[in-house]
Design a protein. Sequence first.
Length: 215
Amino acid sequence: MLDGPDLVLIRDHVGARTLFYARAGGAWAASTSLRALRRWPALGTSMNLSAVRSFLTFAYLPGAETLLTGVREVLPGRVLRLTRDGGVTETVHWEPREHVEDPGPAGPTGHVLALRALLEQATAARLPVAEPAAVLLSGGIDSSLVTALAAKLHSHPVHTYSISFGDDLPNELGYSGLVASHCHTRHRVLNVSGRRWRPGWPRPPRCWTARSGTR
């Protein structure tokens, strides 16, 4: 919405609807769709290869980064004020708070055991019957927990896979290798070179005529 000369963007507290914004040609544009922003002629955006790498590594994009260069995402529970001179001010209108009930006589250990039981149930329910299992192991907490529980609960071999984008780029292969070794999985590192797959990515046209989603 417009507040005087400023464009104010407000995203709901849990991020049920996406909201993106970009600046080009001395103006701001906002939309709930990345596709709509790509149609803004002034933007002339391209694929954000750094974000693609993050997405392929983590299966999501942390923070406000998007797959398009120059396009940012409004985070859940945030209010952004975009000024004519290009300034961006962010405030928080909602933030989740941790609320832990009284653990009872068992103390904090009761919560730990309950969480472990839920994780084991969720993992066991997704293991294939009478055949090997496969886990995409990044080396982080989530995939490491799934790998450890799968190796413990499954009676068939567990295969783990990690992705490397080259030695010159950050990775967590050291951590994923330790987890795979500790859990005795059949581990494999998949090497994906940016120079190898980048030519295959479709490139958007140099300009568009549609202006849907802009303000």
